[in-house]
Every structure is written in C-alpha cells, then in structure tokens.
Design a protein around this ligand. Structure first.
Ligand code: TYD
Ligand code: MG
Length: 453
C-alpha cells in the first residue's frame, strides 16, 4: 500500500485520509475506495507548454465557424449542432443497453462510407462481437477501423502511429485505465485521468472524440457526471424499457444548442431515424376515450405533438394514489390543486394516474393545459374532441399563460390534420387551417373539457 494513497468516495468524489464504511459527505455506504496518489495534472500527456494569453481581437482572423465532421445521420448531426467539431470531445451517456454502442457504430460507419477516417475502440466487446453487431446492422462493408483495447497509453500510441482519424469513439470510458495510477479501472480517478489524456489527444490531433459512458445506478462506478466538465458537449441517450423509441438529447454543447432532440427507433437492424416523431407519439386517435389530450409541444427547434393520458379514479382507502410517467410529479400535484382551488372540481381526493404516450419525457411548462384537459376529461367521463390540440402554462392563480413559439406548434398541428387548438388568450396565427379557442383560466378549461369540447 502506497503511503500517500487517498480514499475516494465513488459516489460523490469526496476525498478522505482513511477508509470508512460510510461516506461522511454523501452518506453512501461502502462507496469509499483506495486510490493511489494522483499524478500532477497532465503529466501523462506531455510536457508543459509556455502559456501565453492572447487578445481576443488578435484571434479574429481565424475561421469563424469551426470545421465540422458530418456523419450523415441527420438526427445525430442536428443534436450535435451540425456535426462534430474537429478537436472537440463529446460524451454520450445513457443507461446500459439503451443503444449507445449501436448509435455510435452507425454514425462512424456512415462517416467512413462517405470517405472519412473513423476509429472505434471497444473496451467492452471483443473485435468479433463488434463485427457481428455491424454485420447484423448491414454495416460489415463500412471501412471503420476497429480496435479492442482498454489501456489509454496503448490506445494513444496506436492512434498516433496511424494517419490522424476524423472521428475516434471510445466505448466506454468506464473500461479505460491508465498505467500512471494504481486505482482499479472504473474508479473516479481512472476515468478522469484517462478521459483527460484522450481529450488532450483530440485537441492536439484535431480528431473529434466520442466518449461513451454508462450512467450507473447510485454512481457505484464513476459515471459520465465525472467527466462532463472535461468535454465540449454532453449528449444523453434515453429510452424507456419496453418502448422502442430512443431520444438523443443535448444537455451541454459548446458549439450548438442544448435543447435539440434526435428521435430514433430501435429495429432488428439497428437504429432507424424517425423523421416525423409527432406521428409516433400520438398513438391511435380513432377512438374517443375520456382522459386523452394532445399536447402541441416543442423540443428545441422542433414541434412535437404528443398524447397525454390521465386516469382519475374514485379513491381507495387512505391517501389518494398518484403515479406519473414522463412528467414531473410535483407539477401534477400543482395542477390538481389549482383545478380544485380555481375551478372547484374536487379532484385531489381521487386516485390520479398520468402518462405521456410513447415513453417520452416532457419538461415544458406549456404542457400544463393539455395535462389539465386530460384530467378534467377523465374526471367528467367525457372524451375530448379527437381533432383538438392544447398548449399553455397554468399559474397558481389559475390563469393560462402564453407559451413560446405558438406559431410553430400550431403549424405542426395543421400538418397532422388537427382542426382546433385550445390556447392561451392572445395567441395569434397567421396561416389558416385551425380554429383557435382562447382560454383565460382553468375555470374556462373545466367548462370546455367537462362538456367534451
Ligand atoms: P447497445 O448499443 O449494445 O447498448 P449500450 O451500448 O447502450 O449498452 O444496444 C443494446 C440493445 O439494443 C440490445 O439489448 C439489443 C438491442 N438491439 C436491437 O434491438 N437491434 C439491433 O440491431 C442492435 C444492434 C441492438
Ligand atoms: Mg455498449
């Protein structure tokens, strides 16, 4: 045991001088692991350069727009902000099994087919397994350079020996380790140091680096959170088990917007792009069951129609039950309270279930009105008109507030054949094709939805 080794909590990163069963910082049990002394930052990656600050105006002559590596997978390129920036590092995080390896292998294959040099290094699967997967996805002809390695020094010397790649993918950061540290692979120190060295390589060589990271339960193994600050962009790949839709979402991007999503469908031959996600999240709209309302939402620059389903049932014994999938449960509690206080419904005593169709997660406050409509509809037992969309934020006073980009939402509704939109007061639409029903507050909504439109 090295004398100066430290003990690091694998859950929160707290450093202590001695081992203990419980981390004092985060309260986690059995999360503290012994790690060797950390090397001074960057020792592993080369000598120190002489730092000299530049003046911003002196840098003006450089190309304004950074060069981008476009993969040809439209949904992926849009989320990255128009392609991967040369010399940048991007982290793709997600639950194990969601499809990260599949997505990245497909992106690399498309990039390589178009003539780019793509390198895929797997620390999890043997070369034969990667080839099998590629064959199943119909990509065995793609000229992607494959490698199976876990030691960062070996990876870097292999990369430096060949011609500089356009895109390098490392699958996954949790398997990569550096010989400069004593700690076991997957610990925070290993993941950070190895990622740091790879990021330095990307900056020096101009390759775009893709790091894949598993989001782990309770952070038992150092997760993507530990390297988010090292990289230029962070994408999360999400999907509910049992649904075949997958959503790629940007949560940090130094070179593009952070509210874009890309929608994919997992098929037998890998991931397929979904060009019109609204059709996918709407479900079957032929029947008129009470409790379903269509929300005209927005994800980044893209409008997205999605069905919100509610079930209000007579209460059983004890505290009323609440269950929410795809929406914020605090938000649901608030909407229920506002419906009771401002529209006099008496709904809070009932059991309430709310579900967003297709396994999508909604974060927009503009979904309030659609959720409230679904709740009132289920409570009253009257179905809403099937050709009607909703959007608008509900305040605690019961007023319905405007939502951004109304025009974009309404246009999408017209495109998909909807006839009516229930909207906040003052919403205007320049293009024809939709009847606007302006709603001032939840009492007016309760009248509308309670009568079945
Ligand atoms: P994978 O990309 O290995 O996930 P991750 O790298 O995020 O752990 O994908 C795993 C799941 O995807 C696996 O359970 C099977 C499914 N899958 C398909 O349904 N079709 C396919 O063509 C492929 C390659 C995977
Ligand atoms: Mg994988």
């Amino acid at each position: 045991m090295a004398k100066s080794s430290t003990f690091v909590c694998q859950s929160c990163g707290a450093v202590t001088a001695k081992w203990s069963g419980k981390c004092e910082a985060c309260g986690g049990w059995n999360t503290i692991v012994e790690e060797g002394p950390p090397p001074p930052l960057g020792t592993n990656a080369g000598k120190r350069g002489k730092g000299r600050p530049f003046r911003l105006e002196d840098l003006k002559t450089q190309d304004e727009a950074p060069p981008r590596r476009v993969t040809g997978i439209g949904e992926f390129d849009r989320v990255t902000g128009g392609g991967l920036v040369a010399g940048s590092a991007l982290l793709v995080g997600g639950d194990p099994g969601v499809g990260k390896s599949t997505l990245i292998l497909q992106a690399l294959a498309e990039y390589a087919k178009a003539g780019g040099r793509a390198v895929y290094i797997s620390g999890e699967e043997a070369m034969a397994q990667v080839r099998l997967r590629a064959a199943r996805m119909g990509l065995s002809e793609a000229p992607v350079a494959l490698g199976a390695a876990t030691c960062v020094e070996a990876i870097l010397s292999t990369l430096e020996a060949g011609p500089p790649p356009g895109i390098v993918a490392i699958d996954s950061i949790q398997t990569i380790w550096t010989g400069a540290l004593d700690a076991a692979p997957g610990t925070i120190a290993q993941v950070r140091t190895a990622s740091f060295d790879l990021v330095r390589y990307a900056k020096a060589s101009g390759a775009a680096l893709l790091l894949i990271g598993h989001v782990t339960k309770e952070g038992q193994i150092a997760g993507p959170k530990q390297v988010e600050h090292l990289v230029d962009a962070v994408l999360y790949f999400e999907g509910e088990r049992g649904h075949h839709f997958r959503v790629l979402r940007a949560v940090k991007n130094r070179f593009g917007p952070t509210d874009e999503i890309g929608v994919f469908e997992m098929t037998g031959q890998g991931l397929a792009e979904v060009a019109n996600p609204s059709e996918l999240f709407l479900g079957d709209r032929s029947g008129r069951a009470p409790g379903a309302a269509v929300f005209a939402g927005l994800e980044g620059t893209r409008p997205l129609l999605v069905e919100i389903q509610a079930l209000v049932a007579p209460p059983g014994y004890g505290t009323p039950r609440r269950a929410v999938v795809g929406w914020d449960s605090g938000r649901l509690a608030m909407i229920l309270a506002v419906l009771d206080a401002r529209a006099g419904l008496g709904i809070t005593a009932h059991d309430v279930y709310l579900n967003v169709a297709g396994g999508l997660k909604i974060g927009e406050p503009a979904a309030d009105l659609a959720a409230a409509a679904a709740l009132v509809s289920s409570f009253s037992g009257r179905a809403l008109p099937p050709d009607c969309v909703f959007f608008g934020e509900i305040s605690l006073s019961g007023d319905v507030r405007p939502a951004p980009q109304a025009e974009l939402r309404l246009k999408e509704a017209v495109k998909l054949g909807f006839k009516t939109a229930v909207v906040p007061l003052g919403t205007r639409m320049t293009s024809p094709g939709l009847a606007l029903r302006e709603i001032a507050d939840v009492a007016a909504l309760a009248d509308f939805a309670g009568d079945g439109g």
